[in-house]
Design a protein around this ligand. Structure first.
Ligand code: FES
Ligand SMILES: [Fe+2]
Length: 349
């Protein structure tokens, strides 16, 4: 779980209008779909796994996630408004309460809608400043982020960043050290120090862990005072989620006992379009939010054009489709993991 200490409000899924769908294992995983503070008095339209959803918040603070389509005549519910804990459709004003049931049809004031007059509801919960949605019931939990429960680390979200590529391409970029000296020259790497030492990759129940990863970095973080050898650990904790921890050699950071952990949380909005957040857990309680975010923005804006240039945009899971070296073993392991899981969204086979 992201953290059992975080306040969670789970809205159970209930049956509504059912449509036949091709089964996708991704639908049983939790995905972030919006920053929690983006959901105020107005309903919010989001995309997840190629589907339009509407998010809205009731007066108790619970977030609801429904298909963004009225079951009456198909209007977008996100164009409507929230009225007394009900979502009102913009077209004929039908009102749906939090359970998804229609409780008012304005054209027939005396009519009591039957239980079948309802929208499908999805499970939704808030954690780590994000709203997470699971389209189908499953046994999966929120992706683990060990830094979340560490009170010595400050938590901060960066993003959202809209990226015109698949979520797996972004995860793979996050696991990749061989691009540091080129894409992040002068920051996370140097052209004069691009060799990747051997590192270990092991499977875990949730994905994989890469350890003993080392990189020479001129400016590894906001408070770097000197170039440093930095030791990284990477973990894939869900199909579209990865976490890194990085520890620069001592004496190269202005903040004592500097440690940082960064989670990459991705919303697979469409197969070739994703929304990214970074959740930082850092030993820095002094810097303003904007300053920490500016560093992360700088690094990610360096990645983004290269990420969006990659073809195909969907990550090829057939290992024969692209070339691999020992330096790429984390990304190769990630591709094998997605294959084993049966992931189909954002990949090509
Ligand atoms: S389309 Fe929503 S009330 Fe008619
Ligand atoms: Fe990068």
């Amino acid at each position: 779980m992201l953290s059992s200490r975080l306040p969670l409000s789970v809205i159970p899924a209930t049956a509504g209008i059912q449509r036949s769908r091709i089964f996708m294992i991704e639908r049983q995983h939790w995905h972030p779909v919006a920053s929690a503070d983006a959901i105020g008095a107005q309903p919010l339209a989001v995309r997840l796994l190629g589907e339009d959803l509407v998010l809205w918040r009731d007066t108790a603070g619970s977030v609801h996630a429904w298909p963004d389509r009225c079951p009456h005549r198909g209007a977008r519910l996100s164009l409507g408004r929230v009225q007394q804990d009900r979502l009102e459709c913009p077209y004929h004003g039908w009102q749906f309460e939090g359970s998804g049931r229609c409780v008012r049809v304005p054209a027939l004031p005396a009519f009591t809608p039957p239980a079948s007059h309802c929208v499908t509801t999805h499970e939704a919960q808030e954690a780590g400043g994000l709203v997470w949605v699971r389209l189908e019931n499953g046994t999966t939990e929120l992706p683990a982020f060990a830094g979340e429960g560490d009170a010595r680390l400050r938590k901060l979200n960066c993003g959202p960043y809209t990226v015109e590529t698949s979520a797996p391409r972004i995860v793979e970029n996050f696991l990749d050290m061989a691009h540091f000296g080129f894409v992040h020259e002068g920051w996370l790497g140097e052209r004069s120090a691009t060799a990747i030492d051997d590192y270990r990759v092991e499977e875990t129940p949730a994905g994989l862990r890469a350890t003993q990863c080392k990189a020479w970095q001129p400016q590894s973080n906001l408070h770097s005072t000197a170039p440093a050898q930095v030791e990284y650990t990477y973990e894939v904790t869900a199909p579209y989620t990865a976490v890194l921890t990085k520890i620069p050699e001592s004496g190269t950071v202005a903040v004592p006992d500097w440690r940082e952990s960064i989670a990459l949380f991705l919303c697979p909005a469409d197969a070739e379009r994703s929304i990214a957040w970074f959740r930082l857990a850092v030993a820095d309680f002094g810097s303003p939010d904007e300053k920490l975010r500016a560093f992360q923005d700088t690094i990610f804006r360096q990645d983004q054009p290269v990420l969006e240039s990659q073809r195909p945009k969907r990550l090829p899971l057939d290992l024969r489709a692209e070339l691999h070296t020992a330096a790429d073993r984390a990304s190769s392991a990630y591709r094998r993991h997605l294959s084993r899981l049966g992931i189909t969204f954002g990949v090509s086979r």
